[in-house]
Design a protein around this ligand. Structure first.
Ligand SMILES: Nc1nc2c(c(=O)[nH]1)N[C@H]1C(S)=C(S)[C@@H](COP(=O)(O)OP(=O)(O)OC[C@H]3O[C@@H](n4cnc5c(N)ncnc54)[C@H](O)[C@@H]3O)O[C@H]1N2
Ligand code: MOO
Ligand SMILES: [Mg+2]
Length: 419
């Protein structure tokens, strides 16, 4: 049997092919407390100025700055305290010459006052205090509207809702928020050798690690995927399950069966269901056989069966596509430069992605391969928070070289405090 030659596309081109085909305009409304990690489907407009009024940023005394003219160590000026307010209350007092209102952080500056003296800048006296320095107009005042003005667009649609966005929505009294619907995702692990984690091992069989891993990767994006039962290598069975998953989901992720083996049925499945294959070979390792197909605004990710290839394929192609399908403005992973901590002397004909532990030290960022790193590796995935990128070429790489690294895990922590 001859094998159809595949045309390997560059990694960037493959990512672009996936991103270019998907779109989503479906919107829904959520209570703000349920909206974390969704994408804003509307601009957020300030409903009033922030700060709402001129306010004191300190605990101290509100004064008229002109009354402090000439104050110094040899000429201390006395102010009489005529009122006392905390945040949430206001004062009706109109300040006269050398009068002050005792004021706490967050309280509205009383009429006539234009500066705040911190407690630490005073010496207390009977019925008042003395100061030994001159204050200028506006000193120690948080001005109305200095952060943002009423009707200003403070957040743009397409932004991921993080804790700060929820704070902004709450600030402006929005209890509901319009967000883009998330794509629905189906996960199907294919392979006659696969057993569920709770099944006893048998000769020639292995446990399905890709299915739970992909489900967890979706969960990291706050997507609750539908996980189908393990699908054995059987053409009709594969066609049926993929068709059924596709009729109920926006994205179908399969793992395994995309290469050229006798039991690799996914290429035939795409053919049978008339999905357009965007690419079936990428100039990368692992994951060179990663295949992405498209049908009626739905995507089919044929991720490789080898766990490290499967993981890399998800990060490179599926994750940006899911974010694009959520209509996020920012869909690509952060890529940083780091110092390589190991030698890779062999030249690689395709771009290599190496699961690695990225550490941030005072000397800079370091990238250490996270152990045994072949396509079939699983432990290194668990120990990694990034992927070293080694572009293809005729030379290898050495310890000390500066390389690019994709940050895959944004919730990574350090062993030592580098403060
Ligand atoms: N003649 C060729 N053979 C292979 C090529 C090639 O170009 N020519 N490519 C190799 C590369 S590279 C990879 S990667 C694999 C891709 O294989 P498939 O995507 O077809 O996946 P399978 O054959 O189903 O399985 C490969 C490997 O992964 C294990 N596996 C599968 N599913 C899971 C799972 N859910 N959890 C854990 N491990 C899984 C499976 O047992 C196999 O060992 O093809 C090469 N061959
Ligand atoms: O997808 Mo395969 O790694 O390129 O091992
Ligand atoms: Mg195979």
């Amino acid at each position: 049997m001859t094998i159809k030659k595949r045309n390997p596309v560059a990694v960037q081109d493959a990512i672009k092919k996936v991103i270019d085909v998907v779109e989503n305009e479906s919107i829904m409304t959520l209570n703000i407390e349920d909206s974390l990690n969704y994408i804003l489907a509307e601009n957020v407009i300030a409903t009033y100025d922030i700060p709402r009024f001129n306010k004191s940023p300190y605990d101290g005394f509100a004064i008229r700055s002109e009354d402090s003219n000439g104050a110094n160590g040899d000429n201390r000026i006395f102010f009489k305290v005529v009122d006392h307010i905390g945040a949430g209350t206001t004062s009706d007092v109109k300040l006269g010459k050398c009068e002050a209102v005792r004021i706490m952080t967050g309280a509205q500056i009383p009429e006539g006052a234009d500066a705040v003296v911190m407690f630490e800048q005073t010496t207390e006296e009977q019925q008042g205090f003395k100061i030994r320095k001159q204050f200028v107009h506006g000193e120690n005042i948080a001005f109305k509207g200095e952060e943002c003005k009423e009707n200003e667009i403070v957040l743009n649609k397409g932004q991921m809702i993080n804790s700060g966005v929820i704070a902004v929505l709450a600030t402006f009294g929005y209890t509901k928020v319009s967000v883009y619907q998330r794509p629905t995702v189906a996960v199907i692990a294919t392979g006659s050798e696969l057993l569920a984690p709770d099944e006893p091992l048998q000769p020639g069989k292995i446990r399905n690690s890709n299915g739970p891993m992909i489900q967890a990767l979706c969960q990291e994006l706050n997507i609750k995927s539908t996980t189908y039962n393990i699908q054995e290598d059987n053409l009709q069975g594969c066609i049926n399950i993929v068709e059924e998953a596709l009729s109920n989901h926006d994205i179908v992720i399969t793992t395994g069966g995309v290469s050229v083996g006798d039991y690799d049925y996914l290429p035939k499945v795409y053919d049978e269901i008339n999905a357009e294959v965007l690419f079936n070979k990428v100039q990368m390792r692992p994951g060179s056989v990663t295949t992405v197909a498209y049908k009626e605004n739905k995507l089919l990710f044929g991720l490789s069966g080898n766990p490290s290839a499967c993981y890399s394929g998800f990060h490179l192609f599926t994750k940006p596509a899911i974010l694009k399908m959520m209509n996020a403005n920012e869909i690509y992973p952060p890529i940083v430069e780091a110092i390589l901590e190991d030698d890779f002397k062999k030249a690689n004909p395709f771009t290599r992605f190496i699961r690695a532990k990225i550490t941030f030290s005072e000397q800079g960022m370091y990238a250490t391969p996270a152990g045994f790193n072949k396509s079939n590796a699983v432990v290194a995935i668990a120990k990694s928070n990034g992927m070293i990128i080694l572009p293809s070429g005729t030379r290898g790489y050495s310890k000390g070289d500066t390389v690019k690294v994709i940050l895959t895990d944004h919730q990574s922590y350090e062993r030592v405090l580098n403060l």
